[in-house]
Write a protein that binds this ligand. Structure first.
Ligand SMILES: *Cc1c(COP(=O)(O)O)cnc(C)c1O
Length: 459
């Protein structure tokens, strides 16, 4: 199995190369050159680690042996505090939560990153080299990346969050750690600014090669591969093919659902649930993909207006037309929008549906779930539940909402909606004790580049 760029002008690479890189040299995103056939679970209970082994081995090609993949999967998911890894919980008629927050940082990003960190370490040892990982985070990727890569000898990690726009819990989770290889940057800008700086640094080939830059954002395809596993374990538990409702920001998790379908998942639909940062909602409804200003909402990990992974979905929806993608992406950077032709739009609409949720509805969904089931949900999950409530009236198949974060990560929103403060789980017991360490940097690529050169040991 080889990986090609959505823009068609980079040489194919293998799984391990893609693992240790970021965007392709032509600015595109890596995707597998074909969709593999995977040995899928039958219905009933499927052990998470077994499904993960089959899925990851199919994508890994010859980069890692099945035994190596198995070892890293065992170790990665041993850090989770739920034996099922991703438990499926019923909260209403035909309504389920797929709990993805049982890892070390209490958000779904651990599911992929705990595995990625171990594969990284294995491959860097094999190549006897180091890597500089640069992460733009809207709040949760940062702490998940630190939990996965903190303390690794061969990796230096730079985590950049938009200053003042992540929750206190999220910020303290990142800034109170004492790993020597982790550097926190508070950027004076939005998440989209941080992501643009990361893309800019990757496109500077001299810098990127000198630093051995690697990405663990969802531009890294290995994350997407690891995330399609829970779609299979959830579907196996239900007698009827469900619709999956995915709280969406960068479109990584939703695209993982598409990947799962392309390798055999039976799903009724994929439902994109956005907050007021509704670029994907507008793209599907109006046929124009155009970023608006980033809005600050109660679900900050989804305050994103440039959904990187949409490029992968467009690549598929266009029949893998790399020339067309290149032209559209150039257009996007020049005129800030893409008009989707009818055939591409039809292909997207056949698979995806989109709902948008205000902060008011987010709070109402948290309150409604609490009243109906006694469960506290976090505001990102609530954006998904709000879409599910609207869909439920129209559908007779099971609806599975991806529960992307633990409610204790967002205590203010949960308290506002229910009057209850979710207790800090044991993993976060010491959160308010540690001293915070971070560096505030101006919103420009030069200051970030200089900071990295200074602390990465490669200059
Ligand atoms: C990152 C994140 C999302 C959005 O996921 P994408 O893959 O970026 O679409 C949703 N909810 C939470 C809690 C997150 O941390």
């Amino acid at each position: 199995m080889e990986y090609i760029s959505t823009r068609g002008r980079s040489a194919p690479r293998n799984f391990a190369d893609v693992l240790l890189s970021g965007t392709a040299a032509d600015g595109g995103l890596f995707v597998p050159d074909h969709w593999p056939l995977v040995n899928l679970p039958g219905s009933g209970f499927a052990r998470y680690q077994d499904v993960a082994l089959d899925v990851l081995s199919a994508f890994a090609g010859t980069s890692f042996s099945r035994t190596e993949v198995r070892e890293d999967i065992q170790a990665a998911y041993a850090t989770f505090d739920a034996p099922e890894i991703a438990p499926l919980v019923q909260i209403g008629d035909n309504l389920y939560l797929l709990e993805l927050f049982h890892g070390p940082s209490l958000a779904f990003k651990d599911v992929a990153l705990q595995l990625l960190g171990r594969l990284f370490n294995r491959e860097l040892k094999r190549r006897n080299r180091t890597a500089t990982v640069i992460v733009a985070t809207s709040g949760d990727t940062g702490s998940a990346a630190i939990a996965a890569l903190g303390g690794l000898e061969r990796v230096t990690v730079f985590v950049m969050h938009p200053k003042g726009r992540v929750s206190d819990v999220q910020r303290r989770q990142m800034t109170t750690v004492s790993f020597k290889n982790v550097h926190n940057i508070a950027l004076e800008g939005s998440f989209d600014d941080a992501q643009a700086i990361v893309k800019n640094l990757f496109s500077d080939r001299a810098f990127s090669e000198m630093q051995h830059l690697a990405a663990v954002n969802s531009i890294n395809f290995i994350r997407i591969a690891a995330q399609c596993v829970y779609y299979f374990t959830a579907a196996a538990r239900l007698a009827v093919a469900p619709a999956f409702i995915v709280p969406t920001g960068n479109f990584g998790d939703a695209f993982a659902g598409e990947v799962a379908m392309r390798i055999g998942l039976q799903a009724a639909r994929l439902v994109i649930a956005t907050n007021a940062n509704d670029i994907l909602y507008r793209a599907l409804h109006e046929g124009v993909y155009a970023a608006g200003p980033a809005r600050h909402t109660l679900s900050p990990s989804m305050d994103i207006q440039a959904a990187s992974n949409f490029e992968r979905a467009l690549f598929e929806a266009s029949g893998r037309d790399a020339g067309w993608i290149t032209a559209r992406m150039n257009e996007l950077s020049e005129v800030k929008q893409i008009r989707l032709p009818l055939d591409v739009l039809a292909a997207l609409r056949q698979r995806y549906e989109a709902f948008r949720c205000s902060d008011e509805l987010t709070l109402k969904s948290i309150a409604d779930v609490y009243t109906a089931s006694g469960r506290l949900i976090d505001p990102h999950t609530a954006v998904g539940v709000s879409a599910a409530y609207r869909l439920n009236r129209l559908s007779n198949f099971p609806l599975v909402v991806l529960a992307t974060a633990h409610p204790a990560k967002f205590p203010n929103a949960v308290h506002k909606a229910t009057g209850v403060t979710p207790p800090l789980p044991p993993r976060l017991a010491h959160l308010y004790e540690g001293e915070e360490r971070m560096t505030v940097l101006a919103n420009d690529v030069t200051s970030v580049r200089q900071f990295i050169e200074r602390y990465s040991g490669h200059a």
